[in-house]
Design a protein around this ligand. Structure first.
Ligand code: SRM
Ligand code: SF4
Length: 557
């Protein structure tokens, strides 16, 4: 049967949804259950929310014959990951009133709140709206949060380039007003003629869509993992335009060879804002028109791109844009990690990158990070920027205020936690996984810190404690913590078991490969010990673990 006649169930839900409305209003009113209707579960994602349940409590609830403990996760739309202090304060209060209280910084520079009960969803969205924050299109088969290198001191062109995140987000926002109608009780827009959506039409995209921007020589945005990656080309201190890379995406399914992680391919260069935005828009329309709508495991742009081939894809793009992309320009990445501590940008402003393990802003034995950030926000003297490594930058502080902010960072233990953490810990990323992610096979953010505590002595033993090895863990192969783009990736296969991937490079230009399967903790530690022992003994001078392990164990696999 052709793809056209064999649409996946979600395709039908989208088309029948009346502009993403479905029966969400009715679902919200149903007090007999903490859940929403099944088709609405798919639609609510386009509004930036996921229905979840507490997986730690499934068994207990089942024994008591109770329905699962349903709640919602809300993800904000924050292009480029930026909040004013007023908005951070609002998020702090909303988190306390309506969610678990933990403010989760994601790998795409935004904020998620978890554990929001159905009756709290509308108040949460309204409270966000009061400070002009929304969650529109933060999830679903549309363009998601656009990411960008976070640290302003990386380049004096940062503001100019960072502004593209917002421009792209606006360009690709769905036109439906359903969000305001459902969550803010705006009047029903009976005549939805102003909702005509030439980009998404009524079928939206075949799958989620992600765009990221990098400002070389830094690649903390991990730009090539996106459906579209923009690499800023700077010559003589001026932004000349962007290299455009297409077809990144990290997810695969264990045992399904037709699925694979892929880094985006650089296909060309655009020199003006108009051309860059046009090229992005038309790449999205190509994916809309050519993407697989019957098999969601084959629906991301990476598969469309590989199926069409580079030349056919570029030809189709030229046809749609009316211009030819120029040849890509050379670029160099030198770093992907976050630059912790204080840095100063050319405009004289100071920025403190604080380590937030697993992106979880909370108060714990390590530091009173949540209270500290709130006290900083109360001063109104710093903005909040989020990195794709799940960290927070206390940003844009003027010289006169630096000492006050620094004192607060110290008072709440944030500086000490950041500055005393080992190199390996500072380079970790872990996805959410249990207890909220419905797709998790194994733990990630709740377990990686403990595992790192056991890996640190091994590194010390081989005098590798200063090595910036990038270790990432995900609870399944979907890759939310970008584990396949790490030097060492742990990918959950079952509870307590992980595949070990090695050989990825430090800069995000080469993915890793599977080295060992289904390791429990004892086997992880034994294997890591052996790997580091050989690395310490045989590495070339200055060689990173990723490059060494690729050369030694992966290249000839
Ligand atoms: Fe992700 C699904 C969490 C970044 C690939 N991701 C999920 C869901 C919503 C589970 C679900 O569908 O029910 C997870 C919610 C867990 C929870 O309880 O909060 C989830 N993904 C996350 C976050 C929060 C991980 C984190 O700890 O930071 C990240 C939120 C990003 C954001 O702010 O938008 C997150 N997800 C990613 C990334 C990394 C990135 O984009 O930089 C990837 C790999 C890159 C890519 O897209 O290929 C990623 N998430 C996925 C996939 C696989 C998509 C695919 O192509 O098959 C899924 C599953 C799906 O879509 O079916 C998924
Ligand atoms: Fe969940 Fe898997 Fe994503 Fe981790 S990688 S958050 S387990 S979907």
């Amino acid at each position: 049967m052709s793809e056209k006649n064999n649409l996946s169930p979600i395709e039908k839900i989208k088309v029948a949804s009346k502009g993403l409305r479905g029966t969400l209003k009715e679902s919200l009113l149903d007090e007999h259950t903490g859940a929403i209707r099944e088709p609405d579960e798919a639609l609510v994602k386009f509004h930036g929310m996921y229905q979840q349940d507490d997986r730690d409590r499934r068994e207990e609830r089942e024994t008591k014959k109770l329905e699962r403990l349903y709640s919602f996760m809300i993800r904000l739309r924050l292009p480029g990951g930026f909040l004013t202090p007023e908005r951070w304060r609002a998020v702090h209060h909303v988190a306390g009133e309506h969610s678990t209280g933990v403010i989760k910084i994601t790998t795409r520079q935004t904020i998620q709140l978890h554990g929001i009960l159905k009756s709290h969803v509308k108040p949460t969205i309204k409270a966000f709206n009061d400070v002009s924050l929304d969650s529109i299109a933060a999830c679903g088969d549309v363009n998601r949060v656009v990411t960008c290198n976070a640290l302003p001191s990386q380049s004096h062109l940062h503001p100019q380039i960072h502004a593209y995140a917002d421009k792209i987000s606006q360009l690709l926002l769905p036109k439906t007003k359903a969000y305001y109608e459902i969550w803010m009780d705006d009047e029903l827009i009976a005549e939805r003629s102003d909702e005509t959506d030439p980009l998404y039409q009524d079928r939206y995209l075949p799958r989620k869509f992600k765009i990221g921007i990098a400002i070389p020589p830094n690649n903390d945005a991990d730009v090539l993992i996106n459906d579209i990656g923009l690499i800023a080309i700077i010559e003589n201190d001026e932004l000349k335009g962007f290299n455009i890379a297409v077809g990144g995406g990290l997810s695969f399914t264990h045992g399904n060879e037709a699925t694979y992680p892929r880094l985006a391919t650089v296909i060309g260069f655009t020199d003006t804002e108009e051309k860059t935005l046009k090229a992005i828009y038309e790449i999205v329309t190509i994916q809309r028109d050519f993407g697989n709508r019957s098999d969601r495991k084959q629906a991301r742009l990476k598969y469309t791109f590989d199926k069409m081939g580079v030349e056919a894809f570029k030809k189709e793009l030229d046809k749609r844009t009316g211009f030819k992309l120029e040849e890509p320009k050379p670029f160099t990445f030198l770093q992907r990690k976050d630059e912790y501590g204080w840095t100063k940008s050319d405009d004289g402003l100071w920025h403190y990158t604080a380590f937030v393990e697993g992106g979880r802003v909370t108060d714990d034995a390590n530091a009173a990070t949540k209270t500290g950030f709130y006290e900083i926000a109360k001063t109104g003297k710093a903005n909040f920027r989020f990195t794709c490594n799940q960290n927070v930058i206390i940003a844009d502080v003027i010289e006169e205020d630096k000492a006050e902010i620094d004192a607060l960072l110290t008072q709440f233990g944030i500086r000490q936690f950041t500055e005393n953490a080992s190199a390996v810990r500072l380079n970790t990323v872990a996805c959410v996984a249990f207890n909220t992610c419905g797709l998790a096979l194994a733990e990630a953010q709740r377990y990686l810190p403990t595992l790192i505590t056991k890996i640190e002595p091994i590194l010390n033993k081989y005098e590798l404690n200063d090595e910036d090895v990038i270790i990432r863990m995900t609870g399944c192969p979907n890759g939310c913590g970008r584990s396949t783009a790490a030097e060492i990736g742990f990918i959950g296969t079952a509870y307590g078991l992980y595949n070990l991937h090695i050989g990825g490079d430090r800069l995000g230009l080469r993915l890793n490969k599977k080295y060992k399967e289904n390791l429990d903790e004892a086997n992880i530690l034994a294997t890591v010990d052996e790997l580091f022992k050989v690395f310490a003994k045989e590495r070339n001078s200055g060689e990173t673990f990723g490059d060494f392990s690729y050369r030694k164990w992966i290249a000839n696999q």
